[in-house]
Design a protein around this ligand. Structure first.
Ligand SMILES: [Zn+2]
Length: 162
């Protein structure tokens, strides 16, 4: 479990931040790539903004421009997360051909003000870009996204901003 180190590292970070180990980020990117040409989506479980587990959820809309998490899979994941003593720290989805920024619909559909919305853009499919946001009452606020290397703690790697 990476929590001790991750938390130490978080304390040096000023604002709200989503912390992802590189291998988990790669898992997310792989999932979302598998879903192309449609948007993919899922849930990030963990604690205090530190992601520990990724839940792939089917996009029932099967659309290149929107997503809706399969309600049954979403409930199952939420139950497992609750029972494991962790929390939902984020919801992720892909943008197939637009930047990693919440769409109007994303804002309308953002029902959880306390979670981070992670968006991975495949506009440049060779170099997916990720950004993190809080969305509350129609307001979008960008959050820091910290992707940590898998070996040691020196090799942090922030994805490029669009
Ligand atoms: Zn979106």
């Amino acid at each position: 479990m990476p929590s001790t180190d991750a938390r130490e590292m978080m304390s040096s970070w000023e604002e709200a931040v989503l912390v992802l180990r590189k291998n988990l980020f790669e898992e997310i990117v792989k999932h979302l790539r598998d879903e192309l040409p449609n948007e993919g989506c899922g849930i990030l479980a963990g604690k205090d903004g530190v992601v520990m587990k990724v839940y792939r959820i089917a996009n029932v809309e099967r659309s290149p421009t929107s997503f809706l998490m399969d309600p049954r899979e979403q409930l199952d994941a939420m139950k497992e997360i609750r029972e494991s003593g962790s929390e939902i720290v984020g919801i992720y989805h892909s943008h197939v051909a637009s930047p990693a920024y919440p769409s109007e619909r994303d804002v309308q559909m953002a029902l959880y003000p306390d979670v981070t919305y992670l968006i991975v853009s495949f506009q440049n499919s060779k170099r997916p870009r990720a950004r993190a946001f809080r969305i509350a009452e129609g307001e979008i606020e960008e959050e820091a996204l910290l992707i940590r290397g898998g070996e040691g703690y020196g090799d942090k790697d922030l994805p490029e901003r669009t």
